[in-house]
Design a protein around this ligand. Structure first.
Ligand SMILES: [Zn+2]
Length: 257
């Protein structure tokens, strides 16, 4: 009986070792270097990348490759081309570039629709929601983007809008459990109160008088954070000039300094 028990134990240990080895071998150990095509697309279309030094460019490329290795991108009634992939990955990396180990654990797949998408997915209240959204409930783990808008926002080098960055900022915000304009997971605790105060003050002002911040940001705190983050990454110098208070806190949130 003892022999039987020992044999069973040995068999069990062997099975555990085999299962562990199998699981390890499934993890991507090596990610191929970025292709010249992807590099050229980054250099041509992504201003954020253009402004990095050579070392940082290399890091950005690696992170784009890594992102594309674990996120599925699917075209719905459209074909996904290299530029789509590069722009989606760049939009994902830009907000969290100063967080070296970041992975979008809450995201599995990005669905790309040719233009605006169907009302059945509508979540955000006005037509902005037909350009991009982060899924919840049964759509958890899914992001939807308009292919047309994705490209337009990168082609327009002087705009303050970027729908893909907007949606990825919502995901960063969601890491603490709620999309509420306070990305508590990445924020140092002592900036939360000043950030809340500043958001409320700015939203109030936007509702009262004309602002150069997209009025969609006045919808609520979550949209405010996503909209001013687009502005911060697309036109940093302009934001610093027009809204130094916002710029300083966003710099702290995204650890740009
Ligand atoms: Zn939004």
């Amino acid at each position: 009986m003892d022999v039987l028990l020992i044999t069973l134990l040995i068999v069990a240990i062997i099975i555990i070792i085999i299962v562990r080895l199998f699981n390890q071998s499934k993890k991507p150990v090596f990610i191929a270097p970025i292709s010249e095509t992807y590099k050229q697309l980054l250099a041509q279309y992504v201003v954020f990348y253009q402004q990095l030094n050579d070392d940082k460019k290399k890091e950005f490329e690696n992170r784009v490759q890594n992102f594309l290795s674990y996120i599925k991108i699917t075209g719905v009634k459209t074909n996904v081309d290299d530029l789509d992939k590069v722009l989606i990955a760049a939009s994902a990396i830009i907000p969290i570039f100063n967080f070296p180990d970041w992975e979008y654990v809450q995201l599995n797949e990005v669905l790309l629709y040719p233009d605006t998408f169907n009302h059945e997915f509508e979540q955000e209240g006005n037509n902005r929601s037909l350009l991009g959204m982060v899924g919840s409930g049964v759509m958890n783990g899914i992001m939807i983007l308009s292919q047309h808008e994705l490209k337009q926002d990168f082609l327009n080098k002087t705009g303050k809008d970027n729908v893909a960055i907007h949606e990825f900022v919502h995901l960063v915000d969601k890491t603490d459990g709620t999309i509420d304009g306070v990305p508590a997971f990445i924020m140092e605790q002592h900036y939360i109160q000043p950030w809340l105060q500043l958001m409320h003050q700015k939203i109030k002002l936007m509702k009262k008088e004309k602002s150069d911040i997209d009025i969609y940001g006045a919808t609520n705190e979550a949209e405010f954070f996503a909209v001013v983050s687009e502005y911060f990454f697309e036109r940093p110098k302009l934001l610093k000039d027009k809204h130094p208070d916002l710029y300083i806190l966003l710099e702290k949130i995204f650890r740009k300094t």
